[in-house]
Every structure is written in C-alpha cells, then in structure tokens.
Design a protein around this ligand. Structure first.
Ligand SMILES: Cc1cc2nc3c(=O)[nH]c(=O)nc-3n(C[C@H](O)[C@H](O)[C@H](O)COP(=O)(O)OP(=O)(O)OC[C@H]3O[C@@H](n4cnc5c(N)ncnc54)[C@H](O)[C@@H]3O)c2cc1C
Length: 396
C-alpha cells in the first residue's frame, strides 16, 4: 500500500492500527542468481515527496481493518454471484437483481461488481452486452497470461536464521534467474514471517483455457513447481539459504499456484451495473472515486446513475491505464528474452533521481473520500486535482 491509498486509510481513522500490522519498505533490491546486487530502487524519498512511504501488509490484516469499520449486518458471507439481471426501466425506476449459487437473490438500484479478475458480474454483464451487439471486440477476447506464480507466507521464523526480520524496514529482495525463465522474491512482514513468490515467465502468451487444458496443470502441479524451484538461492538470512528454507516453513494451505493474467477492459459500466478493480491500490482508488459520485446522487433515475458512472470512469480511466501499462512493462522486464535483458541492463543505470520523478507521476493520484473530513495533502509534490472532491462546487 502506498501514497495513493494512505490518505483514505487516514481519513477512516485507521492509520495507527494500519502501522501496527504493516512494515515500511524503503528499498527494493535486485540480485542476479549469484546473489550479487545488480540494482536498487529506493523509496526513501516517497514520504517527503509524495506524502507517505510504501508499506507491506498482509491481505488478512488489511481486510480485518476494513471489516472492523462496517456494520456486521451489511456483510453476507458465503454468497457467490452467478448471474445478474437488469430490469427494463419503468415508471417506478428499474432495478438490478443478482442470483447466488444457493439460488437466493438480492435486488437493488445499483450493482457494483468488485469481484476480482474473474468477475462473475463482469462476465454476466458482458454476455448481455454481447447479445445486444454492444460489447467492444477487445472485451470479448480472453485474458492473456504471461506467467505462472507460486506464492506463500511462512509461519513465524527464527530470527537467528533470518536476523533481518528484526530490521525496522521490510527487506524486499528480487532475484533474476540466470538462463532460466524465473524470478523469485522474498519480503518480510512485521510478525517475523516472510512472504515469498516465484514467477515462471511463459515464453508464449497463453490464456486460462490453454492452461486448464494442459495436462500438466492440476492439483499436483503445485508440488511439481515447488520441487523445481526449491533449490533457488535467496539473499536473505544466513548464508547458503534457498527457497526450500522458506517453503519448508510455510503451512501447505498458505501456498498457492496461480496464473497471472490481466488485460485492460474498455467497458466499465452499463445500465445499473458498474465494475471496480483490478489491482490492489487501483481497486481501492476506484472505490473511493466511485463512492464520491454515488454519494452525490440526488435520486436513482437511470440518467442520474449513468452520469455518476460516467464521471467515475472519466476520473479513473487514465490512471488505471497507466497502472496497467506500468505493470505490464515491469513484467516484461523480468522475462528472459534478449531485448528484456538489454532493458534490465539499462534499468541498472537509472539514477534514483529519475525514479523519484517516475514515482511523482505514479503517486500523484491520491484520491480522498469527499464525504469524510479531508486530511492535509502531505508531501512536497502536490496531489493531482481530484474532480470528485468538487462535485458540488458552483461552475467557475
Ligand atoms: C499471487 C498474487 C500476488 C499478488 N501480490 C500483490 C501484491 O503484493 N501487491 C499488490 O498490490 N497486488 C498484488 N496482487 C494483485 C492484487 O491481489 C489484485 O490486483 C487485487 O486483489 C484486486 O482487487 P479486487 O478487489 O479487484 O479483486 P480481489 O482482491 O480478487 O477480490 C475479489 C473478491 O470478490 C470475491 N468474489 C469473486 N467471485 C465472486 C462471486 N462470483 N460472487 C461473490 N464474490 C466473489 C472474492 O472472494 C474476493 O473476495 C497479487 C495477485 C496475485 C494473484
């Protein structure tokens, strides 16, 4: 979590609790397979320039923080959406109905689909738009997959074996394989645990259907990937450690293998349904801006809803696109092809000052919730103007 979402955490009064369960990250260190440091990216000036540092927090801790703020009766667990239905707009105003796997339904004026990369809400909405011939071609294409990833979080570790766990800042260490299509990284969490991730870069772009139909992909493949990667060396801790030293300390249920997919969808809303996400910081920023537009609505008529969704899309699309392009480029950087090797070489010589300018453009987006007390715009570099903070301002 970085400067782009921390103002909202502060607005919610959660900053103190957030700091208790997160760890500040001030530098990302890149190593080759001989564990020689090849480059670093420093975040030390982030707080001064962009208002807040970068933090590492585990997902359950973050969820607990948000969950603690919500009235319990507003949350319904174990409900999986299978389809959505948007009613024709009538005199009484239309509605949208969702159906869950347990055959129950829920009905409302607006549906916000925040259900991740494989959003059932998006799928259902797109199916309807496709039938009406209103879905752009690019939104019909399957999501490409460039890599497969093995992730895990250890239990508490011995600080004798991993003394850096006691350091104030989180060590974030990234190793690029020599002549093998893998990168692997480790970073430490505040509870003396280490998160680790191994990314296998696929030579060819593929997609979920291809992966699922590959005979090698199935429950046994996680163990096969563990076997393949456990001898990879890691820079953290005592000398001579390998990924096996963290994998063996990771409860099996905290190890997952996932295909890392992504694409930029053009259609964000239609009728009474709107989508938010994907991207951890991006999803939260989307939610902030969308809620500002929803809060400002004076009724639930179709035109009012469309105006709100349109405003949200306009305010977010450039930033979402920039984020998507940046993470795409970063992914390519660590792939093994010759041209990417060259990019990595150049990358090594990018001075920290240049990184700071890149961060300024990346972290200029620091949206706040319009209907909560605002927090001061911290940082030397001002936040980008935020339209949804001024929806009620008289026209100038
Ligand atoms: C292995 C891995 C590591 C990552 N590491 C990082 C990282 O270190 N930092 C970072 O910033 N990002 C990371 N990401 C990316 C980040 O997890 C996502 O970008 C982010 O979670 C997207 O948020 P979201 O709210 O759109 O979707 P999600 O976080 O996926 O949330 C979707 C929610 O919807 C629920 N849901 C799904 N389908 C349905 C349905 N049909 N009905 C009802 N509910 C449903 C899910 O249970 C889930 O709770 C990582 C992703 C992966 C796969």
């Amino acid at each position: 979590m970085g400067p782009g979402v921390m103002p909202m955490i502060e607005q919610l009064g959660l900053l103190e609790k957030f700091l208790e369960v997160s760890k500040e990250n001030d530098v990302v260190s890149n190593f080759n397979e001989e564990l020689q440091l090849t480059s670093t990216i420093g975040y030390t000036e982030l707080a001064q320039r962009n208002g807040y540092p970068n933090y590492i927090i585990s997902r359950p801790h973050l969820y607990d923080l948000f969950y603690s703020q919500l009235p319990k009766e507003k949350i319904h667990m174990n409900k999986r959406v299978v389809s959505i239905e948007q009613e024709e707009e009538g005199e009484a105003g239309g509605h949208v109905t969702i159906t869950f796997t347990d055959k129950t339904t829920a009905r409302g004026h607006i549906l916000v689909g925040a259900d991740g990369a494989y959003s059932a809400v998006r799928q259902s909405l797109y199916d309807q738009l496709h039938q009406q011939d209103k879905l752009p071609l690019s939104d019909k294409e399957e999501m490409p997959c460039a890599s497969i990833c093995l992730v895990g979080k250890t239990g508490p570790l011995s600080t004798e074996k991993f003394p850096h766990l006691l350091e104030k800042y989180c060590r974030f260490e990234n190793v690029s394989g020599a002549n093998k299509p893998y990168t692997w990284l480790t970073f430490c969490m505040p509870d003396n645990t280490i998160c680790w991730m191994v990314i296998e870069h696929l030579h060819l772009m593929t997609n979920r259907t291809d992966i699922a139909s590959n005979a090698e992909w199935g429950p046994g493949t996680t163990d096969a990937m563990i076997d393949k990667v456990k001898g990879f060396p890691i820079p953290s801790g005592a000398e001579g450690l390998t990924l096996a030293d963290v994998i063996n300390e990771t409860p099996r249920e905290l190890i997952s293998q996932v295909a890392l997919e992504g694409k930029f969808f053009e259609t964000w809303y239609s009728g009474r349904t709107v989508l938010v996400g994907d991207g951890a910081n991006i999803a939260i920023q989307d939610a902030i801006v969308l809620s500002n537009y929803l809060y400002n609505m004076c009724d639930s008529k179709p035109a009012t809803i469309t105006r709100a969704f349109e405003g949200y899309h306009q305010e977010r699309v450039a930033s979402a696109r920039q984020n998507y392009d940046t993470s795409n480029r970063t992914r390519h950087l660590f792939r093994q092809r010759l041209v990417n090797g060259f990019i990595r070489f150049v990358f090594k010589y990018i001075p920290q000052m240049a990184w700071n300018y890149i961060f300024d453009s990346f972290y200029g987006d620091r949206p706040q919730v319009a209907f909560l007390p605002l927090v001061p715009d911290r940082g030397k570099i001002k936040a980008f103007p935020q339209r949804s903070l001024h929806l009620n301002d008289p026209p100038s």
